[in-house]
Design a protein around this ligand. Structure first.
Ligand code: ADP
Ligand code: MG
Ligand code: MG
Length: 894
């Protein structure tokens, strides 16, 4: 018989941390903490299998669930000597969701469940605090009615405001027990009016209603959106945790808070956290009051006037700090914890692996490895390669002029500029429909804002602390965020921001520096990132582990220099056509394309030769002896054709012909399906003089640089779009002939290789043949994906969305390599190619070269290197190391 319910509390538990799949993250860690002897209010977890069962069986529960829940509940009652539904000594519980992967704020927790008109009196007596009892009851009615019964919050807020107004006070805390009793009566009337039936007084009905609501919330829009954004399968389900309540709102010796074992923003090994005295549950996260710091250091760093816990609750602080060390040593990772203090007694309510900025992740991983808490390999495995992207983006140029608008907390690092919008919906509209870059400005954010937060360049809030919703979510997304900028006034109605006489309107540009908390008017210049500090250290470790080489796709000197700076070990793809778009060159290029005779083409090519040679000289110099793979001209010629009358006239003049001649040639070159047309080596086959010129430019440059610097220069000349060995034979012969000629003229020779792109299925299948001539292969997976799927990358967006929604293809095959189809062709080509030519050098170029999951595949397929855009080189280096260490890729693909 399946066990559906697992108890925890009182120094023992039926679950464990490694049972996350079954108990959810929250439940598994509550169990683990109990087992560690850490004070956790007793409770039980209803497993994720019940959620799965619930949805598989028309939203019903397994037969034995009820008995198991009742037994676990009795156990809790026994542990703490209170009774659920008792009028004298009522046990109150929280009902909390908890999925396998943490989904912060995605699902709704209900607190104080078990209160009704009778038990509230019991609570009042037992606590000797009627105000507290009625405050708990009115919170419960509001939460329960909202989450379970679907009554909107504003109904309750209006009532609360009315009562305060009648009394002539402005703070909730100004209301006494009698006032709150009135609030409760009005709340219940409101619920009855809205639903046509009274607020449930039966505590068991309350409990099952709440359990059902947690399971129901698994399929709410917020949760679905979050799962979509984070690739969490719907099948995982959520667990439900039912836990006895502890109260942080019973007076000034009570509090509630959130803390991290290390600083989640910088990674510094310092205790970091915030708390509120006399508060409950979500009050800290919701940013309703300004929280106090745990430590004196934190208080000083934030120049806060409020006392730190270290000062005002020193005993509790000591205990909390000891738990911090215990949990971190146990989990061997930075923890994010929730706690409540009831009458000076500390209770832990949650621990989980803390979210952190990438900068903090690197520091924590490197520090923990140095502290001996984890190994270097663990440190390498800890970092999500894709997250490095955050550090590879620009930061504010310290020298750039700027005009400060205001300051808040440095909630999520990085610099971002954009146009101000005031709601999540507007953010999505402006970004998706108007193609604008926006900064989302809110007083505070809530889970409904997720979509808008995701598309924004940066997020600015005027309320809330470092653990407010905006801060936590922004850090997770790697979006720069300034939170709690209290001096900034946001007026939603007028759509303005005001600070000390300065006004910023919707659509105006502002810049955020999430690393300092500063907000600037207008756009501020940025500077490029560097691989230094912990990032540099981790990258050194990575290089001792990985076996795949990492090259970059680069053709300009700037790209090549960036690639080297980020540790590229060569150029894997230099696209020569990109060198012809320069205004000075495009005319000669057009002249060449439009020439009707070989003589005409040669005349134009002669003009291009010096440019091309100079390009290669620069590349070879920058790459200092590292391999450079140069792809000869590849794209359909029409990409270079003149469009406007003026362009046509210019080309005509340069070529000494009438514009009409150019136009006619233009028309003649039109293709219906240019991607499958006259391109790639087909150009070299029909016009060998083009490849001859390019080969000459390469050899002259290689000889020049090798002679000048004394370094070996090894050009790897790559022929695109080969489908038959004969194509490669012809092109190689033409290149060899040019090499011989240049080496004889220069009386100097260099080594070189001639290889091919594998980007047609035919080439992959005939790789054994092609390898007889080709000295290396580079998998051009952009085209190989297009040609394998028979699907154009540029046209597939709209229907691929539908395909993914219908689960036909799980991932965009242009972003992450299709391992089943395209991958199979790569495996075949690798095997057949190497059967012909032992040790044949194999690489991959194209978008996939920078995708961690694809890199894992490349490791498995025995490739020698991956090549990606210069900014992704560190990502690829890390992913390659992780692939060498085995295990699954963090951005995994099917
Ligand atoms: P989330 O997943 O959104 O963090 P939680 O289930 O952790 O939701 O609960 C929300 C808030 O309620 C947290 O601040 C938590 O500390 C508080 N809370 C949950 N259960 C209890 C409890 N048994 N006693 C006191 N506070 C609780
Ligand atoms: Mg929580
Ligand atoms: Mg291609």
């Amino acid at each position: 018989m399946t066990k559906w319910v697992y108890s925890f509390g009182g120094g023992k538990a039926e679950g464990r941390a490694d049972m996350k799949n079954l108990l959810g993250g929250k439940g598994a860690n509550l169990a683990e903490m109990s087992n560690l002897g850490i004070p956790v209010p007793p409770g039980f977890t209803i497993s994720t299998e019940v959620c799965t069962y619930y949805y598989a069986n028309g939203e019903t529960y397994p037969q034995t669930l009820k008995d198991e829940v009742m037994a676990a509940l009795s156990q809790v009652e026994e542990d703490i000597g209170l009774k659920f539904g008792s009028t004298a000594d009522p046990l109150l519980v929280s009902v909390r969701s908890g999925a396998r992967a943490s989904m912060p704020g995605m699902m709704d927790t209900i607190l104080n469940l078990g209160l009704n008109d009778k038990s509230v009196e019991g609570l009042a007596k037992r606590s000797n605090d009627a105000r507290f009892a009625y405050d708990s009851y009115r919170r419960f009615i509001q939460m329960y009615s909202n989450v379970v019964l679907g009554v909107d919050h504003h109904n309750f807020e209006e009532i609360l405001d009315e009562v305060k107004e009648d009394k002539g006070v402005s703070l909730d805390t100004d209301l006494d027990a009698a006032d709150l009793k009135k609030v409760v009566a009005k709340y219940k009337d409101k619920v009855a009016e809205q639903l046509g039936k009274p607020f449930p007084q039966d505590v068991h009905e309350q409990l099952w209603g709440a359990v059902g609501a947690v399971f129901g919330s698994w399929m709410n829009q917020r949760a679905i959106t979050y799962r979509r954004l984070h690739d969490i399968p719907a099948e995982w389900g959520t667990a439900v945790n039912v836990q006895s309540m502890v109260f942080g709102n019973m007076g000034s010796d009570c509090s509630t808070g959130v803390c991290f074992t290390r600083n989640p923003s910088t990674g510094e090994n310092e205790f970091y956290g915030e708390f509120l005295v006399n508060a409950q549950g979500e009050d800290v996260v919701a940013g309703i009051r300004t929280p106090q710091q745990l430590t004196l250091a934190g208080k000083n760093a934030q120049s806060s006037d409020l006392p730190a816990m270290e000062e005002c609750m020193p005993e509790v602080f000591k205990e909390l700090n000891a738990i911090r060390h215990k949990l971190e040593a146990h989990y061997k990772d930075m923890q994010d914890m929730e706690f409540t203090v009831q009458q000076n007694r500390l209770w832990m309510l949650q621990t989980r692996t803390g979210k952190r900025t990438t900068k903090a992740a690197l520091k924590i991983a490197v520090d923990m490895a140095r502290e001996g808490l984890i190994t270097r390999k663990d440190a390498i495995k800890r970092i999500d390669p894709a997250s490095l992207d955050q550090l590879l983006h620009p930061t504010l140029d310290p020298k750039a002029p700027r005009k400060i608008l205001g300051r808040g907390l440095p909630a999520s690092p990085g610099a971002a500029s954009g146009k101000v919008v005031f709601s999540a919906e507007e953010a999505e509209d402006w970004v998706n429909n108007r193609k604008e870059k926006v900064i989302l400005v809110r007083i505070e954010t809530s889970p409904e804002d997720i979509g808008g937060m995701h598309v924004s360049e940066g997020i600015l809030t005027t309320r809330g602390g470092m653990t407010s919703h905006a801060a936590v979510v922004a850090r997770g997304m790697g979006t720069p965020c300034v939170a709690g900028a209290g001096e900034i006034r946001v007026d939603y109605a007028a759509k303005t921001i005001k600070v000390a006489g300065q006004v910023v309107k919707e659509g105006d540009i502002i810049t955020l520096d999430g690393s300092t908390g500063e907000v600037f008017i207008g756009a501020v210049a940025t500077i490029q990132p560097e691989l230094t500090g912990d990032f540099g250290t981790l990258m050194e470790w990575v290089d001792t582990i990985r076996t795949l080489k990492v090259r970059a796709n680069a053709e300009t000197p700037l790209d090549a220099a960036t690639a080297r700076k980020f540790g590229a070990e060569g150029i894997g793809l230099c696209r020569t056509e990109h060198m012809f778009f320069d205004p000075k060159r495009i005319i000669a290029m057009r002249e060449m394309i439009l020439a009707e005779t070989e003589k005409g083409r040669r005349a134009a090519l002669a003009k291009l030769l010096p440019f091309q040679r100079q390009d290669f000289i620069e590349l070879f110099e920058i790459m200092q002896g590292l391999p450079v793979t140069i792809r000869l001209l590849d794209p359909p010629l029409h990409e270079f054709l003149p469009n406007s009358e003026a362009e046509i006239a210019e080309v005509a003049k340069e070529a000494g012909v009438e514009p009409a001649v150019v136009k006619a040639r233009n028309t003649a070159l039109h293709e219906n399906n240019p991607m499958l047309g006259h391109r790639g080596c087909r150009l070299g086959i029909t016009y060998p003089e083009i490849y001859e010129m390019q080969a000459r430019a390469i050899f002259e440059a290689a000889v020049h640089v090798s002679r000048e610097t004394g370094r070996t220069v090894v050009p790897e000349i790559m022929i695109p779009l080969v489908g038959a060995k004969k194509e490669l034979d012809l092109m190689k012969a033409c290149i060899d002939k040019e090499a011989e000629a240049v080496f004889a003229e220069q009386k100097y020779s260099v080594k070189y290789m001639v290889g091919t792109m594998i980007e047609l299925p035919r080439a992959a299948l005939l790789a054994g043949e092609i390898a007889k001539t080709g000295e290396f292969f580079s998998f051009g997976t952009n085209d190989l994906t297009q040609t394998t799927f028979g699907m154009s990358r540029d046209d597939s967006g709209p229907f691929l969305e539908v395909y993914r929604a219908k689960g036909i293809y799980e991932h965009d095959p242009f972003a992450s390599l299709d391992q089943a189809g395209v991958g199979e062709l790569i495996r075949i080509a690798a095997e057949r190619g190497r059967a012909t030519r032992a040790g044949l050098k194999l690489g991959i170029c194209g978008e996939h070269g920078g995708d961690p999951a694809s890199i894992h595949f490349c490791q498995g397929a025995g490739l020698d290197y991956v090549s990606c855009s210069p900014y992704r080189v560190p990502i690829a280096r890390l992913a390659a190391a992780q692939a060498a260490l085995g295990g699954s890729s963090s951005s995994g693909t099917a």
